[in-house]
Write a protein that binds this ligand. Structure first.
Ligand code: NAD
Length: 458
C-alpha cells in the first residue's frame, strides 16, 4: 500500500550520508555552539550505559551514530521577488523498532549536531515508552518571525520535496517542534500527498484535529508527567492528596500537569513564567495553592502570566528562580533546559522528595549528582515527557487506519502506556539500586540493541 519509493527514487537528490558525525564535509562539530556540543553529550551518555551493558565495539559504533542523514538546500522565491536559499536536514538515528519519529525545528541557530543529538534521544524515548518507532529529527535554518506565511509555506513544501522519498508512514514520521506548528504540518502533509498521489495522513503527526490530528494531544505531555508522578508517589508510599508541588513554566506541559495534579488532590504553591517586556522570569506564589482557572485567565498565548493582575488577585510575584525554593514535596521543571544547576540546587529544600522533568534537560549533570546524594528521586525527561510522543504514535495509528478514537480512549491508552513504562524502569532501578535515569537508559538501549540483533544488523 505504501510503496512510495517506486514513485520517488531519484539518485541525484537526498543521497544518504553515513559518514561519521564529525566529518568536516558536513560541518561536524564546528556548527555546534562553542563549548557545548549536544551530540557529543548524547554520545557520552550512550557510552556510559554501553559500558554498563557491556556492549561490543561494533554495536557501540552502530548506535552512537545516526543511520542516515539528509542535507539539502531549499530555494524559496521571497515575496520581494528574490530567491533565498535555506539549508535543511533530516536525521534518522535508528529505525530498528519501527519508522523513525521526531519533530522538525525551524531555528536560526540550528546545527546538524543538535539535530543528530535530538534524533538519538528520540530513539531512546520511543524505546523506553515501548512504542514501535525509531528516532529521527529534522530542521531548517531559518527564523519564521522574518518570513511571511507564503514564504513559510514554500519552505515546508520545499523541505518535503527533498525528503519525500525517505519519509512517510512506513519510513519516518515528522511532527511539529521548536517554532513549527499544525499549519506547517498540514502544508507538509499536503505536499507529500501531492507528490505521492494518494492520501497518507499517517505521514506526519501534530495535525489539527479537523484533519487527522488526535484528541488528547494537547493534554498528553502534561498528563503523562502526572501519571509518572502518581505512580512514583505510590511506590514511595506517599499519598498524593497530602502533597504540595512547585512548577517552573506555565505553558502547554506545565498547565496540563497542574490540571491533573490538582484533580488528583495535590496543591501547587508556585508556578513561574517568562515576562517578555521585562525580559526575565517571575514566580507566582500562593501559600494555600494556586487556582488554575484564575491564573489561566490572566495568561497570554505564550504562557506568560500578567504580573500586575496576579498581584491584584493575591499572588506574591517573586524572582524567576523562587519556584524551586519552597518547602514542597515535588518539583516539576516544565519550562526550559538547565533550570536546576549546581548553583541553584542548593536552594532546593530538604522537603523535596521527587522531581519529575517535564522540560527537556532541566537538570544539569552536576546538580543531578547532588540530588542523587540527597536521595531525591528524579524521573528523567525522556521518560517523564514521553506522553507527547506516545500520543503522536496514537495519532499515527488512527491516521493509518483512518478511524479515530474518543479523547477518553486516547487518554486511557496513554495512562496505560506511561504507567507500564514507569514500572519497567522503576523495577530495574530498585533491583539494581541505580538512578531512575540510568535504568531508563538501560531499558531503552537494550530494547534497541535487541531489535537490531533480531534483524541481524549487528
Ligand atoms: P510552551 O512554550 O507552551 O511554554 C513554555 C513556558 O515556559 C511558558 O509559560 C513560558 O513563559 C515559560 N518560561 C520560559 N522561560 C522561562 C524561564 N526562564 N523561567 C520560567 N518560565 C519560563 O512550551 P511547552 O510545550 O510547555 O514545553 C516546555 C518544555 O517541555 C520544553 O523543554 C519542551 O521541549 C518540553 N517538551 C514539550 C512537549 C510538548 O508536547 N509540548 C513534549 C516534550 C517535551
Amino acid at each position: 500500500m505504501y510503496n512510495l519509493k517506486a514513485h520517488f527514487y531519484n539518485p541525484y537528490i537526498n543521497i544518504p550520508c553515513n559518514i561519521g558525525p564529525t566529518h568536516p564535509k558536513y560541518g561536524g562539530n564546528t556548527m555546534a555552539k562553542e563549548g557545548y556540543n549536544p551530540f557529543k553529550m548524547a554520545q557520552e551518555q550512550f557510552d556510559r550505559i554501553a559500558d554498563e551493558l557491556e556492549l561490543d565495539e561494533g554495536t557501540r559504533e552502530f548506535l552512537r551514530n545516526p543511520r542516515r542523514e539528509y542535507h539539502f538546500t531549499i530555494p524559496v522565491k521571497m515575496d520581494d521577488g528574490h530567491t533565498k536559499v535555506f539549508k535543511g536536514f533530516r536525521v534518522q538515528h535508528n529505525d530498528a523498532r519501527g519508522p523513525s519519529k521526531g519533530g522538525i525545528r525551524f531555528h536560526p541557530q540550528e546545527t546538524i549536531d543538535t539535530v543528530r543529538a535530538l534524533s538519538m534521544w528520540m530513539t531512546w524515548k520511543c524505546a523506553v515508552a515501548d512504542i514501535p518507532l525509531g528516532g529521527g529529527k529534522g530542521g531548517i535554518i531559518c527564523d519564521p518571525h522574518d518570513l511571511s506565511n507564503n514564504e513559510q509555506e514554500q519552505l515546508c513544501r520545499g523541505w518535503i520535496r527533498q525528503v519525500a522519498p525517505n519519509i512517510g508512514p512506513v519510513q519516518d514520521v515528522p511532527a511539529p517542534d521548536v517554532m513549527t506548528n499544525a499549519q506547517h504540518m498540514i502544508w507538509m502533509m499536503d505536499e507529500y500527498e501531492a507528490v505521492s498521489g494518494g492520501r497518507y495522513p499517517g505521514t506526519i503527526t501534530g495535525k489539527p484535529v479537523e484533519l487527522g490530528g488526535s484528541l488528547g494531544r494537547t493534554e498528553a505531555t502534561g498528563y503523562g508527567v502526572v501519571y509518572m508522578l502518581r505512580e512514583a508517589l505510590k511506590e514511595m508510599d506517599v499519598e498524593i492528596e497530602k502533597t504540595t508541588a512547585s512548577i517552573q513554566g506555565f505553558g502547554n506541559v506545565a498547565r496540563y500537569a497542574a490540571e491533573l495534579y490538582i484533580e488528583y488532590g495535590g496543591t501547587i504553591v508556585s508556578v513561574s513564567s517568562w515576562d517578555q517586556s521585562d525580559k526575565k522570569a517571575y514566580s507566582f506564589y500562593k501559600k494555600d495553592g494556586i487556582n488554575l482557572k484564575e491564573l489561566l485567565d490572566i495568561t497570554d498565548r505564550f504562557g506568560s502570566i500578567d504580573k500586575k493582575k496576579a498581584k491584584k488577585i493575591g499572588y506574591e510575584v517573586l524572582p524567576g528562580d523562587d519556584w524551586l525554593t519552597h518547602d514542597v514535596d515535588i518539583l516539576i521543571p516544565a519550562a526550559l533546559e538547565n533550570a536546576i544547576t549546581k548553583d541553584t540546587v542548593k536552594d532546593i529544600k530538604n522537603s523535596v522528595k521527587l522531581i519529575v522533568c517535564g522540560a527537556n534537560g532541566p537538570i544539569n549533570p552536576e546538580a543531578d549528582d547532588i540530588l542523587d546524594d540527597r536521595g531525591v528521586v528524579v524521573i528523567p525527561d525522556f521518560l517523564a515527557n514521553a506522553g507527547g510522543v506516545v500520543c503522536s504514535y496514537f495519532e499515527q495509528v488512527q491516521s493509518n487506519q483512518n478511524y479515530y478514537w474518543t479523547k477518553e480512549e486516547v487518554l486511557g491508552k496513554l495512562d496505560n502506556k506511561m504507567t507500564d513504562a514507569f514500572y519497567k524502569v522503576w523495577e530495574l532501578s530498585q533491583r539494581k539500586k541505580i538512578r531512575v535515569q540510568d535504568a531508563a537508559y538501560m531499558i531503552a538501549i537494550s530494547r534497541v540493541v535487541e531489535a537490531c540483533k533480531l534483524r541481524g544488523w549487528i
